[in-house]
Design a protein around this ligand. Sequence first.
Ligand SMILES: [Zn+2]
Length: 263
Amino acid sequence: MKKFLWLLLIAVILWASIIAGCILLFPRSAEADEYNAKMERLINIRRQALESTSQMKFLAGWEPMVVFGIPSDIHPARTYDFRGRYDPAVRAFTFHPRYYAALNRLTSDDPAAVESFFTREGDLRSVIDHELGHALVHDIALRAGQARWFNSLTIKTMTADERIGLTMLAEGISAYFERLTSADRQPHGYGNLPGSWSDTDWQFNTARVINEGGYWIVFPIIERFGEQGIVYLLSHQLRLPDGRADDAGLKYQRLALIILGGE
Ligand SMILES: [Zn+2]
């Protein structure tokens, strides 16, 4: 009986800490609305900055919608790696609740104050620009009649290497917008592209291969051809036969530049 009471006590404590954790991580009501509104204002500011730097536009009437939380499909061991996500189906952004802390440090919407805020909060600026990159590409896809690119049903029918190729292009394009106003825009990713599936980088440095490698492939295509370059990426699959991303990436990039340049 005593053992049962102890177990009950432990269960109650566990339950109470889970609830307390949820309240702390996901504050509701007015406070949560304030964070969402702040984030939506910041997204609009960065959207204008990216539009004027890249000369690419979001569709008219576009309004950011923000939620804070960790999507349920993120593995518990990877929740810290999660920064943000854009869901084109509902046109909404999800951000990790750890960005509340940064948002607390924003005290004014004055343009100069916001600019120095973004300099201090570089991680927040880069996650907003990255997710805006995904959103902008979705709008470009809609404009170009290429919305199928993002269709999860299409993705389900793909082979593993087609799916990895698609992810490399998608993350590479978002990295382009993430770094569009950064001091160092040069891609350093060619060395991160593995030469076969047995290359350990595929196993241990997947994020770097996808992001840096993807950025290296798409950089000159978008830099030279802008929206037209992105439309090319949306309509040309990157295949990775035998996991030879270095070879496939180089050939893909060269062919794109030749076709787009009309050489
Ligand atoms: Zn991304």
